[in-house]
Design a protein around this ligand. Structure first.
Ligand code: ZN
Length: 183
């Protein structure tokens, strides 16, 4: 809980939203939700593999807003393991300091992004460094508002790094999802 909560504050700071920022989550934005939080609110094609971050307000009585080009900071020091496409934009797959000592590999995906130039497998990143902006979904005529998707995934170290992508991540027979809210 502490890591994720701290990250939400970092996200507000990186986007200069002010100290009273509160991020808002519809149930369908949370991990394992079967439902969409956009368009027809029908079922997703698979249970949600992480958490979607999009809406915020800057005080209890303020209107709910979202930012078209949300800046996405790194939640800790780390290394880029892979960069791959997702159904909206690109995904950065990172391994972070503090999550490297478990017998299985623990990775984080930051998805639906337009990554900063120069980030590639092997790149080192620092906590708070801006990795990307969220992908402008209007470019794909998507009904989804631009948003940041984060997954935390535990998987065998034997899986080659270039296979860490969205063919693999929904395979719950091969990987375990850790709910980011609880890290
Ligand atoms: Zn998502």
């Amino acid at each position: 809980m502490k890591v994720f909560k701290t990250y939400l504050s970092a996200l507000a700071r990186a986007n200069r939203l002010g100290p009273d920022t509160e991020w808002l989550f519809y149930p369908a934005m949370l991990q394992d939700s079967p439902a969409k939080w956009w368009d027809d609110f029908a079922f997703r094609h698979a249970l949600h593999e992480g958490i979607d971050i999009c809406f915020y307000r800057t005080g209890p009585k303020r209107p709910v807003k979202f930012i078209q080009a949300l800046k996405v900071p790194a939640l800790a020091d780390g290394t880029v393991l892979n960069v791959c496409d997702d159904f909206l934009g690109r995904t950065l797959v990172l391994e972070h300091q503090g999550f490297q000592d478990s017998p299985e590999r623990i990775i984080f995906t930051y998805s639906h992004l337009a990554p900063a130039p120069g980030l590639e497998p092997g790149s080192r990143v620092e906590r708070g460094e801006i990795l990307a902006r969220v992908f402008d979904t209007r470019l794909k005529r998507s009904k989804l508002p631009p948003h940041l998707h984060i997954s935390c995934i535990e998987l065998p170290r034997s899986i080659p790094l270039d296979q860490l992508n969205w063919k693999l991540f929904p395979r719950r027979d091969k990987v375990s999802l850790i709910n980011p809210v609880f890290i």
